[in-house]
Design a protein around this ligand. Structure first.
Ligand code: PHE
Length: 330
């Protein structure tokens, strides 16, 4: 039997070991043969032969197992060496990914307001009529609802047309003071060069004790914010109307393309409209049962910001997933 111990020790592969195992332990293997021979041996020798054969049986089993582990380890090490990839090496044709310009712009907006101590809140994209309209001083059949062409579901549910319902959600479950922004996707039935059915807004809301929040506070932070986003621009507030703010204003920056001289993008006016804002209407505070408070709110379209920052002409191109557009932002 010694030759089989040697064969196992010398085996250089798992396959070779398997061959040996079959030759020794197989149905027609050496052990089977020896046990068969034993039958014809004299009776008094049988016990001794059986004992020796069993010793070899377990001895060879152990050897096989040991050698198998050794060979498997060696084979694994060799495979790992052969397949080694240096992930730190530079590749000449690597294509780096990048943030989508809308998300990058959103991140910058969030960065500004979180630095100013505003908390980031989220709501849901499927909203009910109360949060999206009713509580924002937009009763049913109010003509101002037409400002936002809406996707409706059954049972007074809809796709939120703006991020303003997050104001309501936040006030309904927190006590004042509040200092929040709400970034997110909103939906309207619109499609042309400056409108897509889905786009992004960032809402802002600040609420404190009655008499503490003024239009001057709102004006200060929005001017500072717009200079952070667009650099050295002029900012102007124009009286406007939103049902949930009173007074309301639309905010313009001097045209980033012609520096206010008047061009095609600003329709020769020298100004670009970038957001809506105002002092929170008392009816909104009534709807959420807030008493003796004052506040300001604002809302902006993230795509519009991204288009002005990156000088993108057609809003729809932001959502076509065309690699030629996206590559420019790597
Ligand atoms: N929700 C308004 C819109 O989508 C924007 C806005 C928000 C205006 C908050 C004033 C205050 O048009």
């Amino acid at each position: 039997m010694k030759e089989w111990y040697d064969a196992i020790k010398e085996a250089q592969s798992v396959e070779r070991l398997e061959e040996i195992r079959i030759s020794v332990f197989g149905k027609k293997g050496v052990l089977a043969e020896q046990f068969a021979k034993m039958k014809s041996a004299p009776n008094e020798e049988k016990a001794q032969i059986a004992k020796e054969l069993n010793t070899h049986k377990s001895g060879l089993t152990d050897e096989l197992m040991q050698r198998r582990i050794t060979l498997q380890t060696l084979e694994l090490e060799a495979a790992m060496k052969a397949e080694f990839i240096d992930v730190t090496l530079f590749s000449s044709n690597s294509q780096a990914g990048a943030l989508h310009p809308v998300m990058e712009t959103m991140d910058r907006i969030i960065e500004y307001f979180t630095a100013m101590n505003f908390a980031v809140k989220t709501g849901t994209m499927v909203e009910d009529d109360f949060n999206n309209f009713e509580a924002l001083n937009l009763p049913k059949y109010h003509p101002a609802r037409d400002m936002q062409d809406t996707f409706y579901f059954k049972d007074e549910m809809l796709l939120r047309t703006h991020t303003s319902p997050v104001q309501i959600r936040t006030m309904m479950n927190t006590k004042p003071p509040i200092r929040m922004i709400a970034p997110g996707a909103v939906f309207r039935r619109d499609y042309d060069i400056t409108h897509t059915p889905m786009f992004h807004q960032v809402e802002g809301l600040l609420v404190d004790e009655e008499g503490k929040v003024s239009f001057a506070n709102l004006k200060y932070i929005l001017e500072d914010f717009l200079k952070y986003m667009f650099g050295d621009v002029e900012v102007r507030f124009r009286p406007s109307f939103f049902p949930f703010t009173e007074p309301s204003a639309e905010v313009d920056i001097s045209c980033v393309f012609c520096k206010g001289k008047g061009c095609r993008v600003c329709s020769k006016t020298g100004w670009l409209e970038v957001l809506g804002c105002g002092i929170v209407d008392p009816n909104v505070f009534d709807a959420v049962k807030y008493k003796n408070v004052s506040g300001y709110a604002f809302g902006l379209g993230v795509e519009r910001f991204a288009m002005l920052i990156h000088q993108i002409g057609d809003l729809r191109s932001l959502f076509e997933g065309d690699i030629k557009l996206l590559e420019q932002f790597q």
